[in-house]
Design a protein around this ligand. Structure first.
Ligand code: SF4
Length: 406
């Protein structure tokens, strides 16, 4: 179970007012204590996440949030975080107290869920004390399906889990390479092992590509960039596809004959998450930049920056050499975009490996809303090194996006 990264799991968020039993329900749902349970309102502060296997649906992430009726300055910050957790979630469980009617905050939450198109249900907790009839009709009027539980007496929990498992929306399966290679083809994967490579393991896009190619009964050859030419010379038949780490694109493109399709792991991942055409279109902004323009470099996690860090050192250097203008770079990392997106002429985003599809999609929408084009590291690096359109050629919609801006 731990092999499934959180970004590949559906996110189920538990929301509601303070002291309705959200954390008790989360703990009962998980079958273990994730959240502190207390009768003092407001015990949960920031959203708390936990991975679990929800049978028969599969791997999910559970998120417990702060109460939406929290007060004061700190409370407002907690509510903002709760709203952000809802925005990125795939499914929401609104927890209600069986003995009360819907409050204004709860009604606003239901409107927000509808506006954001997040699938949701209501769970009425504390039924051991009786259920307010008006509450049931209010929920029905707002078109929300409801389930009764008692966390105190552990009633209705298993039925709820079974129902949630059926109600979490599933997507059509995304593809990395299985439409590009067939049984018996050879695929060559170029994995540079340099200072930036994690010790003793491959990164997730590499592992996922190997697995998908093997599932396709493809012959997978994995080499470092230095051994690529030797590996290609040793092959009896031409490979159907070569995939490389973006940072080695120049060396690899020089070694791979023009007749062999070539792309990068980053481009495979952007297509897998459905963002490739948007990132390709974002390239158009580069030629329009002027001296003094600000560019945001956005990383979705706060990893330890290395000496020759990709976002802080290499991309600004390559970019400045390419545009030959005085560009001002801001590097921001973390789960949220900064508030001042309008200050920027372009956003350069990392691969977003820790983000769910929905969270990455939300970022693209925010950028679009502010009218700021967005590219990702992989598409940009290939562009700056002259490998576009070559690395887009295996993908019709990416080539169409490229042609639309040229
Ligand atoms: S791609 Fe983005 S989210 Fe993934 S490790 Fe790099 S900076 Fe973090």
């Amino acid at each position: 179970m731990s092999a499934v990264p959180n970004s590949e799991r559906k996110h189920v968020v538990f929301i509601g007012k303070r002291n309705v039993g959200k954390s008790s329900l989360v703990n009962a749902f998980l079958g273990q204590d994730l959240s502190i349970v207390s009768n003092t309102p407001g015990t949960t502060t920031d959203p708390v996440k936990k991975s679990m296997e929800l049978h028969p649906f599969g791997p999910i992430v559970i998120i417990d949030t702060a109460g939406i009726d929290d007060f004061g300055e700190l409370g407002e910050k907690r509510i903002t975080k709760t709203v952000k957790a809802i925005t990125s979630a795939d499914f929401a469980i609104l927890v209600l107290d069986a003995n009360s009617q819907l409050s204004d905050e709860e009604k606003k939450l239901i409107s927000l869920l509808k506006k954001l198109k997040v699938e949701a249900i209501a769970v009425i907790n504390k039924i051991e004390l009786g259920v307010n009839k008006d509450l049931l009709s209010e929920i029905r009027e707002l078109g929300l399906r409801s389930f009764n539980v008692s966390c105190h007496k552990m009633l209705g929990i298993e039925e709820l889990k079974e129902s949630v498992s059926k109600l979490i929306p599933s997507e059509k399966e995304s593809i990395l390479v299985s439409d590009l290679v067939n049984q018996g083809d050879t695929i060559v994967l170029v994995v540079p092992i340099d200072l930036g490579a994690p010790k003793g393991r491959l990164i997730m896009p590499q592992v996922q590509t190997i697995r998908e190619a093997l599932d396709q009964s493809t012959i997978v050859v994995v080499v470092k960039d230095k051994e690529l030419r030797l590996a290609l010379n040793n092959l009896v038949t031409k490979p159907k596809l070569v995939v490389t780490d973006s940072q080695a694109i120049m060396r690899v493109a020089a070694d791979v004959p023009e007749s062999v399709p070539l792309t990068t792991f980053s481009i495979l991942m952007a297509r897998y998450k459905g963002e490739l055409p948007a990132f390709v279109k974002g390239l158009k902004r580069i030629e329009e930049l002027q001296n003094g323009d600000k560019v945001l470099i956005s990383e979705a996690c706060t990893h330890h920056a290395q000496e020759d860090d990709i976002g802080r050192v290499k991309i600004p250097r390559w970019f400045s050499q390419f545009v030959k203008k005085e560009i001002l770079f801001d590097v921001k990392s973390g789960e949220d975009f900064p508030q001042n997106l309008l200050d920027y002429k372009l956003i350069i985003h990392c691969g977003g490996c820790t983000l769910t599809r929905r969270a990455m999609h939300r970022r693209l929408k925010e950028a679009e809303y502010c009218g700021v084009p967005i590219v990702n590291y992989g598409v940009l690096i290939s562009y700056l090194h002259g490998a576009i359109p070559r690395v887009l050629e295996p993908f019709g919609e990416a080539i169409a996006a490229w042609e639309s801006i040229n």
